[in-house]
Design a protein around this ligand. Sequence first.
Ligand code: AMP
Ligand code: MN
Ligand code: MN
Ligand code: MN
Length: 295
Amino acid sequence: MIDLHSHTYLSDGELSPEALVARAQQLGVRQLAITDHDSIAAHRRLAPLALDGNGDGLTLLSGVEISAHWEGREIHIVGLLFDLDNPALNALLARQQALRHERAQDIARQLDKTGITGLMTYLAQLPCESVGRSHIAGFLVDAGHVGSKQQAFSKYLGKRGRLQSSIPWCSMGDAVNVIREAGGISVLAHPDRYAFNRARLRRLLAEFAQCRGDALEVSYSNLHPEKLAMLGTLATEAGLWASVGSDFHTPDNSWMDLGRIRQLPAACADRAIWYHPRWSAELPANVPAVSGQGM
Ligand code: AMP
Ligand code: MN
Ligand code: MN
Ligand code: MN
């Protein structure tokens, strides 16, 4: 099994990097990419453990999920197999971290005005490096202002929520370039979550390919089989490789667990991302070949 999209508590996941790796091993994942939002802190923390295809059978791949802008909308680009020490990549992530912090401060000021105080103090005691809306949702739940994180998004933090604070993320081209400069592969994440119509999605894929993006996330959690087939076809049409990833955040969502992803559709099976030339060049020779993964 292979899972190329997952989060730890260093962004908005629930598990520590160590617990995430242990869960992946338990569930039979052989290749795992941790892809925290705009953060590679988990990789720095786990590097000394050297999970490089050893006896435990789990290979950890470098990964990150970069928030970016395209046509005024937010999209997510996963980077894989890059050099963790690349200066341009680290500079871009540091800038996005700072923007995330400024957004949190802006939202804290908006909340203060409505009499809800204490957001920054709450955030300061969390283990995350990358502060996100999910943490702010947690604050609103803990303080008793909403019943669930879902409600926090619909009432406060979502597109039509009361708290609005947009971040000038990097452009799609910047994200792709920096990942490539760092020797990595870029993947356009969860394409159906942007609520784009088919024409706009095709345009996005064409532009992503044009700026030398590598792959489309074709199979991920909770994706209807018909959509999976459609994404397989779109990836092939755009000349992109096909990636897979659960987007795991928490053990509480049984439908979004590590490695629980459908196999790639036939249309793009021979374009699976693990056949990408940079994949075989980067991974140690003793990694078992991955032919697919089941539900
Ligand atoms: P951010 O990158 O800080 O703007 O936050 C985006 C993250 O918030 C996503 O990666 C999800 O984990 C989470 N998220 C976005 N929308 C929702 C929602 N409606 N309900 C729960 N979590 C959400
Ligand atoms: Mn998230
Ligand atoms: Mn995402
Ligand atoms: Mn994600």
